[in-house]
Design a binder for this molecule. Structure first.
Ligand SMILES: [Zn+2]
Length: 309
C-alpha cells in the first residue's frame, strides 16, 4: 500500500520548497528586526555563543547548568521583544517532523498528505474531470426503471472504494457510453487515493500508446509500464475505443494476467460485451474477464446527453 516512489519524491520536493521559502521569509523579517532593534541582534549573538560554549562544557562536565540557565533567560528576553513587535518565533512547515520528513525511518504524515494531493491532481489532469465523485452522482438522470439497479451499482462502488484493501476484486464495468462508468470509476479512484493507495488511471488509447512507446524505446526504461503492473489499483477507461493492434492485444493480456497473478486489482470500463471482447481481443482475454472479474452492467440513457439538455 503506497504511492509510487516518484510521487513521494515530488511530495518531498514540494514540502522542501515550502520549508525553504518559509525560512527565507522569516530570515528576511528577522534581519529587518535586528536592524531596527540592535538589542535583539545582540541577544541572538549571545545565544549562539552560549550554544557553542555548551559543547565544550559538556566535554569538561562543568558549568552546563549555568549556561542552560543563561540561554533560557536570554530566550525569554528574546521572546518578549519579538512579541512586542508582533513577530512570532520561527516554526517549521511541519511541527511533527520539524521539516525532516521522516519519523522513525518512515515518511511523516506531512509527506503522505502532500503525496495524496499530488496523486489526486495527477488523476484530475488525466481524466480532465475534477467533479466526478460519489457526492455528485445523480441517479435522477436515469430512466425510472433503471434507477433501482443504478442505486445498487452506486452502493456497490462506494462500498468497494471504502473497503479497498489492495487485494480487492477486479471489476468489469460494461454498458453504453454516457452511463456513468467513467464517473463511478473516477469516484472510486479518488476515494482509494485518499486512503493512501497508489492508483493509475488510463484511457485504453493512452495506456497502449505509453506501452508501445516504452516497449520500442531504446532507453530500456519502462517506468510507466512497470507501474501499470504493480500499482495498487489500475483503472483502464474506455477499452475498445482505442485502435486495436496485435501489440495492444498482447499488452492487454500481459497487464491483465500479470496483475491477476500478483493479486492486484484492476477496473476496466468498456462499451463491448463479452462476445465483442473475445472477438476483438482474444478468447483468452475474454475468459480471463469472465473467470476473474466481477462484471457490472450499466443501464439507461446517455446521462451526458441528458445533462447537456
Ligand atoms: Zn512532517
Amino acid at each position: 500500500m503506497a504511492f509510487s516512489q516518484e510521487t513521494y519524491a515530488r511530495a518531498i520536493d514540494m514540502l522542501r520548497d515550502m520549508s525553504l521559502e518559509k525560512k527565507r521569509v522569516y530570515r528576511q523579517k528577522e534581519a529587518e528586526l535586528h536592524h531596527k532593534i540592535p538589542e535583539l541582534a545582540a541577544i541572538e549573538q549571545q545565544i549562539r555563543a552560549l550554544n557553542l560554549k555548551t559543547v565544550s562544557a559538556v566535554f569538561s562536565g562543568e558549568g552546563v547548568a549555568d549556561i542552560h540557565k543563561e540561554i533560557k533567560e536570554l530566550s525569554a528576553k528574546k521572546s518578549k521583544i519579538l512579541k512586542e513587535h508582533e513577530q512570532e518565533e520561527y516554526s517549521p512547515v511541519c511541527s511533527i517532523c520539524n521539516d525532516r520528513f521522516l519519523v522513525n525511518g518512515k515518511y511523516c504524515d506531512c509527506v503522505t498528505a502532500a503525496a495524496t494531493e499530488i496523486a489526486l491532481k495527477e488523476l484530475y489532469a488525466t481524466v480532465g474531470a475534477q467533479n466526478y465523485g460519489f457526492e455528485n452522482f445523480d441517479i435522477s438522470y436515469y430512466p425510472e426503471n433503471c434507477r433501482g439497479g443504478m442505486q445498487k451499482l452506486y452502493d456497490f462502488c462506494k462500498d468497494y472504494a471504502d473497503s479497498f484493501s489492495g487485494s480487492s476484486k477486479n471489476l468489469l464495468f460494461m454498458g453504453k457510453t454516457g452511463l456513468g462508468k467513467t464517473h463511478l470509476s473516477v469516484a472510486i479512484a479518488k476515494q482509494v487515493i485518499k486512503k493512501g493507495y497508489g492508483v493509475k488511471y488510463y484511457s485504453a488509447q493512452n495506456l497502449f500508446t505509453v506501452c508501445e512507446k516504452e516497449h520500442f524505446s531504446y532507453s530500456g526504461q519502462t517506468p510507466q509500464s512497470d507501474e501499470m503492473l504493480t500499482c495498487d489499483l489500475l483503472i483502464i477507461d474506455d477499452l475498445g475505443a482505442e485502435f486495436i493492434t496485435s501489440f495492444s492485444k498482447s499488452a492487454l493480456y500481459n497487464i491483465v494476467n500479470t496483475r491477476y497473478n500478483m493479486g492486484r486489482p484492476t477496473i476496466i470500463n468498456t462499451n463491448f460485451d463479452v462476445d465483442q471482447i473475445e472477438e476483438k481481443y482474444s478468447e483468452r482475454i475474454g475468459s480471463r474477464f469472465m473467470g476473474n472479474y466481477t462484471a457490472k452492467l450499466f443501464k439507461g440513457n446517455d446521462v451526458r446527453q441528458l445533462k447537456n439538455q
